[in-house]
Design a binder for this molecule. Structure first.
Ligand code: ZN
Length: 259
């Protein structure tokens, strides 16, 4: 059936065509894309181009953002969505701002007693509810390996979390998933991480202790590991891995093991 949406897509893609060699260099520069099938990398290429068409990437002074860097960012942004139906998952924001370095940002947090706390923190990224995503270039450049760090995925999955309101660690689940299963897996792992850190704030933890900050950060950090260190996440929190695999409809652990 003819659809306006498909027609628009094809027209945009025809206009944005890039050299196959350029796309290949983007793939080669991102180890976390290794092992994707030809069909998956082709879909990722199309969606990355559409992402760059839909979002404005604003580079602050001091940031060099050439087409390769833009494509690298877009490909990592689209990796989590690769097996999700082509809905507008990254809706509600239009801009990604790239800072040359980590930045200070006034923080606000309302605790359970209703008191607002504010403090200054050094940040490498932020995702504002109904606002832009902010990324610092050093973190962007470090992203893309199998080392359990990916600033791009971390900040963009906050946007998935925010699709149904505040960032609370619960993105809109698919119909074949149960909120109870999700909450159970996430809560158990979150509690166990917090128990460990409460006993010893310097304890060695399997995943970045920043995940213990709140449920939203737990979702973002475990998603980061899901795509960039699935073996570590699966070993530490197998139930969380399974829930994320059901949500993202991907199995990066198997892909990694086959490399
Ligand atoms: Zn975060």
């Amino acid at each position: 059936m003819w659809s306006l949406r498909d027609w628009r897509r094809k027209r945009i893609l025809a206009r944005l065509a890039i050299e196959p060699a350029l796309w290949q260099s983007v793939l080669d520069s991102l180890p976390i894309l290794e092992g994707l099938t030809v069909e998956e990398t082709e879909r990722l290429r199309e969606r990355s181009l559409l992402f760059l068409h839909a979002k404005r990437l604003t580079a602050l002074p001091g940031v060099e953002l050439d087409l390769t860097s833009r494509l690298r960012l877009a490909a990592q942004a689209e990796l989590p969505l690769l097996h999700l139906a082509d809905l507008d998952w990254y809706q509600g924001f239009h801009e990604i701002v790239i800072y040359p370095d980590d930045f200070h940002s006034p923080q606000k947090h309302r605790d359970s007693a209703g008191v607002m706390h504010e403090w200054d923190g050094e940040h490498s990224g932020e995702a504002w509810l109904q606002g832009p995503v902010i990324l610092a270039m050093p973190g962007v450049q470090q992203s893309g390996t199998w080392e359990g760090y990916n600033l791009v995925i971390h900040e963009l999955v906050h946007k998935l979390d925010m699709l149904n309101g505040d960032a609370n660690g619960l993105p809109p689940l698919h119909r074949n998933m149960r909120i109870e299963d999700w909450a159970h897996a996430m809560q158990n792992a979150y509690d166990s991480l917090n128990t460990k850190l409460d006993a010893d704030p310097h304890a060695h933890t399997a995943i970045d202790p920043y995940a213990a900050e709140n449920p939203a950060e737990f979702f973002a950090v475990t998603s980061e590991y899901f795509f960039s260190a699935p073996d570590v996440l699966h070993e530490a929190y197998p139930d969380v891995y399974r829930q994320l695999a059901a949500f993202y409809r991907q199995d990066p652990l198997t892909r990694l093991q086959q490399l």
